[in-house]
Write a protein that binds this ligand. Structure first.
Ligand SMILES: NC(=O)c1ccc[n+]([C@@H]2O[C@H](COP(=O)([O-])OP(=O)(O)OC[C@H]3O[C@@H](n4cnc5c(N)ncnc54)[C@H](OP(=O)(O)O)[C@@H]3O)[C@@H](O)[C@H]2O)c1
Length: 294
């Protein structure tokens, strides 16, 4: 159960009977969001790459409420074939999906390329959001009203997309490339909301704040050191998860779509993140890269 204070009235939100699919629910803000939503009565479907961490997260969820048949699908979201396989597997297993939370993300100190020839940050942080959402589109439409929640970041600020170098082959900087992937999250949310208007499925994204999670620990080199030091000033995962839970469950945003939120309130991303032509072009390029027909 969650309480949202509005005009002095405390609203109680329940999620009984709702199914929430979440990526990155094995750690950090995704793990807290999954536990909170489960506490409100939602059945959680985790998507996890690491079997041990995934099973541990699933057992924690199951131990809190034995009557909800929480479930897990395993797969590495850096591979396009895996994004598609996971979407097909989840769609086959779940007759309805009320909320899809795309939250798994990472940052890498050095440039790495996936077997699909994609730069790794772009693949995990953007392409997985894109391919999983499109792969689950029919389920979301038939479950209407449904919601898509994308974890973005204020790290999008100061960045611009270069369509001649989406895979960051030139002058790689881990933090810049991460920032661009988070810009993609906002642009994707914007275009998704536009394309799906009238389908009964909303799409919103958020900045969770600077949160002390495992984020950055595996980035390598200076990035890991830098994030470790910076985390002494960070907020808790419990606080960081609040806007995800809000967007996934609050009646206040039931009919809001295309927004970027921070601290459970609408916020304004940069002009680059509000550019409809860029959002459309990113969609077309992503569909081509994923081999998804429109
Ligand atoms: N922490 C912050 O200050 C901050 C600020 C703004 C935005 N964000 C965003 O918040 C989201 C969650 O990050 P967090 O801070 O909670 O970090 P975290 O503790 O490192 O959690 C990241 C999650 O993503 C999963 N993941 C990473 N790569 C994956 C892959 N290839 N396939 C499947 N799952 C994968 C991780 O799985 P494992 O458990 O297997 O590692 C983990 O569950 C990210 O999108 C991040 O960009 C974080």
């Amino acid at each position: 159960m969650a309480h949202w204070a509005e005009h002095g009235i405390v609203r109680v939100t329940r999620m009984q009977g709702k199914v929430v699919v979440i990526t990155g629910g094995t750690s950090g803000i995704g793990e807290v969001a999954a536990e909170r939503l489960a506490g409100m009565g939602a059945r959680i479907v985790l998507v996890a790459r690491d079997r041990t961490r995934g099973e541990a997260a699933l057992s924690r969820l199951r131990s809190r409420n034995k009557s909800l048949a929480h479930f897990i699908h395993h797969g590495d979201l850096s591979r396009i074939s895996e994004m598609k396989r996971l979407a097909a597997e989840i769609a086959a297993a779940e007759p309805r999906i009320d909320v899809l939370i795309n939250n798994a993300g990472a940052m890498f100190g050095s440039r790495q390329v996936t077997p699909d020839n994609l730069e790794l940050t772009f693949a995990v942080n953007h392409m997985a959001y894109f391919a999983l959402t499109l792969g689950l589109s029919e389920r979301l439409f038939t479950s209407s009203p449904a919601r898509v929640v994308n974890t973005a970041s204020a790290a999008h600020r100061g960045n611009k997309l270069d369509f001649d170098d989406l895979q960051s082959t030139r002058g790689y900087s881990g933090f810049k490339v991460y920032g661009r992937s988070k810009l993609c999250n906002i642009l994707f949310t914007r275009e998704l909301s536009r394309r799906w208007s009238g389908k009964g499925v909303t799409a919103n994204c958020l900045h969770p704040g600077f949160v002390a999670t495992r984020f950055g620990d595996g980035s390598g080199g200076f990035l890991s050191l830098g994030t470790r030091v910076a985390k002494t000033f960070a907020i808790s995962p419990e606080k960081g998860a609040e806007t995800i839970v809000y967007l996934a469950s609050s009646p206040e945003v039931a009919n809001v779509s295309g927004g970027y939120f921070y601290q459970c309130r609408p916020a304004t991303p940069t002009a680059e993140a509000r550019d409809d032509a860029t959002a459309q072009r990113l969609w077309l390029e992503s569909a081509k890269l994923a081999g998804i027909e429109e």
